[in-house]
Design a protein around this ligand. Structure first.
Ligand code: SF4
Ligand code: SF4
Length: 107
């Protein structure tokens, strides 16, 4: 995944921390994740719901060593999470597109 290492995500981490919004899961859907996830050995494409999300949109791997480091390192922040889930999905989709390798080579 490019998103969680990107400038915007860094900026988000530097903002005052906010609590992860219950049942949001936008950052488990919109971004791609390049590292293996149990059940998704090739990682997760952008816009695809992670297989480890349960029916309440919570991570089944929370607190477990199998949870990808990129997920562990993510910190909620206003620049990332927006005002609601739809807002977060839009922000994260924009960031995902902006941090694609081909986008960077032209930017
Ligand atoms: S986008 Fe923010 S609020 Fe939504 S699941 Fe991710 S960290 Fe939580
Ligand atoms: S492993 Fe957990 S935190 Fe990471 S994308 Fe999947 S559901 Fe979300």
């Amino acid at each position: 995944m490019n998103l969680f290492n990107g400038t915007a995500a860094t900026a988000a981490r530097q903002n005052a921390p906010v609590t992860c919004r219950p049942h949001c899961a936008a950052c488990c859907i919109a971004p791609s994740i390049s590292s293996p996830i149990p059940g998704m050995p090739g990682g997760k494409p952008a816009g695809v719901r992670c297989i480890q999300l349960d029916n309440h949109s919570r991570c089944r791997l929370f607190g477990q060593p199998e949870r990808p480091p990129v997920c562990v390192s993510l910190r909620p922040g206003p620049d990332l999470c927006g005002s609601d889930t739809q807002d977060a999905l839009a922000i994260l989709t924009r960031l995902e597109t902006a941090t694609r390798p081909q986008a960077r080579t032209h930017g």
